[in-house]
Design a protein. Sequence first.
Lengths: 433, 477
Amino acid sequence: MTAILGQMSILERKPGALDGAPEWFNESREAGWKQFLELPMPGRKHEQWRFASLKELDFAEVGIPPISKADGHHGAVGMEVRSARFGFVNDTLVEEESNLPEGVICLPLDRALAEHSDLVREHFMKQEATLGSAKFVALHRANVANGMFIYVPKGVVVEAPIEVFHWLEGEDIVSFPHTLVVAGENSQVTVVDYFQSDSKAKGSWAIAVNDLVAEQGAQLTYLALQDLCEEARMIQVNNTLVGKDATAKAFVLNTGAAWARQESLSKLGGSGSHSDMLSVSIGRDGQEYDQRTFQHHASPYSYSDLLYKNTLYDKSRTVFSGVILVDEEAHYTDAYQTCRNLMMSGDAEANSMPGLEINADQVKCSHGSTSSSIDESELFYLKARGISPREARQLIAQGFSVEAISRLKNPALETLVLSFAAREFDRIVESVS
Amino acid sequence: MSEAVQTLDADTKSAIDIDREKGDFRYPENHKYDAGSGLSSATIDYICDVKGDKDWVREFRHRALKVFEGKPMPTHWATKDLENIDFDKIRYYLSDGAKPKRTWDEVPDDVKETFERLGIPEQERAFLAGVEAQFDSEAAYSNVKEELSKEGVIFVNSNEGLNEYADIFRPYFGKVIPTGDNKFSALNSAVFSGGSFIYVPKGVKVKHPLQAYFRINSENFGQFERTLIICDEGAELTYMEGCTAPKFETATLHSAVVELVALKGAKIQYITVQNWSSNVFNLVTKRGLAMEDAEVRWIDCNIGSRLTMKYPGVVMKGEGARGEVISIALANDGQHQDTGAKMIHAADNTTSNVVSKSISVGEGRSTYRGQVHIPKHLKGCKNNTECDALLINSSSRTDTYPAITVKGNQHATQHEASVSQVSEEMLFYLQQRGLSEAEAMSLAVNGFVNELVREFPMEYSVELKRLIELEMEGSVG
């Protein structure tokens, strides 16, 4: 609290209109604030917050930081081969590099609003937040001032990934990272969002919204790598709309933050649509990951597959709540959902609520959820080959995460995620005899 | 599915009609005691006076009424259909004032006829070790075979249990399911009447199952039976209950509380075939307590009712205890079978198993709701949960909402669920061999539940198969 003396809490400070923004955008901010005030704080009675640590939702001392110095820079390291890179520190643009095919719009939100107001308006926060965090999404809508807008026109293929860094700086501050990706008909694009901070972002928050739209036949891959410092918190709401014959692949990695809640909704809105939802979380100390997912099959012949893998050390805790909803008309649907927890400590806790709501016919659906520790015979096998118990446990834990990572089916992205995971495993100190 | 099967052949139709009507009959009401409609502390006093309850029971009921009034409807997670229950219209206590009959000859002819119509064959009746039949609020007939009473088995209704065997039943009464567990357990605690109180002494293994039949005969009547079964160390018991009600114009409420206590090494198996008519709200709380090396098994089949909400649970309190729930649910048009299981591990090396199969037909909806809880100070706990759903028509619906909490790394849990249809190919194959589509469907559905139906005692499993067959044949299309 000493960092920004006398700052006004985000709960009380009404954000005003944004200079230079189009009228509709400022109206949307206004509407967002109104909605934020109207909606109740999540409570014990909210089924969508079952098992959640509600005490984490304390914003009393959290405020908007002063504008970052334009010469500031984030401390993140990204990929070697990329087609664009943008960096934000507390939502202020500090780095920009772009080498994109013609016609692709990849701009910070403020500039996109100035240059492509109608196009942004068409897609900006169009889908309702239905998985519990509507209040915080409204807060985001009221405050969001910057972020990324990426639009890939019909038929354009962006080979290398677009990287976006969201860096959090300072104590008790909140930032509102926003990423909107629209992949036009038959286009292809990969976007990687990094959520990171230095070690001093104590009590700080990122309330992020990332919306993905894959139009007919498009192939959209999205990665969110969350590696905030251990005292920061995050709420991330992801809405994905998958059109006819389109493929969306979303991957979430959690290694950082004291508490992170992610709500991912994938709506299969066209026949032949395909959605992969993947996640790897590695918790230690008292870290807590609260993930809620929704696979909404609104069209026939759609396919979705979810695989969430959690490795829990120390006193870490996870909550997984997943729903597969198959609408009445969405016949011939295939939907799968799997959440697996690897318990690495006697103090870890895993909560799973895999759910199915099926209203259609000719549907193939399944879900599975398991929680278990490492099999002694696997350890014995490795130890018998001269591998130390500590190394053996780590190898098995890494191998456990790899199942989800390898579904990215892209060597560069897999290497990137593995490097984050490896760094996390190095931080883990296990007392194993 | 093809149009052809929607028009059933006359034979099938008549077969179905007969069976559906079986429970749909009623006798003239002849009640000496009637607590009237609505619920207040005066209703409670009326019930206490009629039953001659002791002071502690009266206090227990009054306290429960307060809890019931203070609790909101659980509609934040459960179906909004609950709001259609009008507690002021329900009649909470009806009785003709007669004591339960002890021999078959004493049983009034109309009640005998009930048994007849329920299709319990003569030999079976002779074979049953003990039968208690409940008519509205009170037991109409109750009988324990002599040899059982010689061994010390107590099989009485709740009134007798609490008044005459208080030293045995009071220590456990309301302990497995506390009054405040949920709104409906509180309601039952306030107005309960009838039900079975059973005590099986140390080491006694009851060979034949004990049975109870519950029947609602009066319109707007709510049935609130209370069952408490205690199996002392090393004892074994199988208990079966069945229920029916005629179809009334207005909805009826059945809200039971069933508590099982299996002491060290005891085994209790509790079997239910629920076939209430399709306007009964069936909101039941069932839980068992399993001590060291004890086993509690719930075998539960839900075919009737408008809305069933029932999640049998086992609290495994002693090391090596075992809990199991086997559940079959069939939801037809206008029905919602919201069933599941609750497994609370509270000791080391406890294991639990849940197998649930549901079938949704027409516009029916079936829901599986489960809870598995393994706290961290324990080790060696295991849970296996499987739930499979079968959807017959395109307007059928099924939901699954399990919640699994595991703390610590010395446990193993697994949960699998699947949803499927009867494949076109399978139907085609069977039809090609001369079966009608309805018969083929029926065969496939029976195949789906066969592995669980086998868990029921023989006479029930035959009945069950037939019931499922008939329910199916009427609705395929």
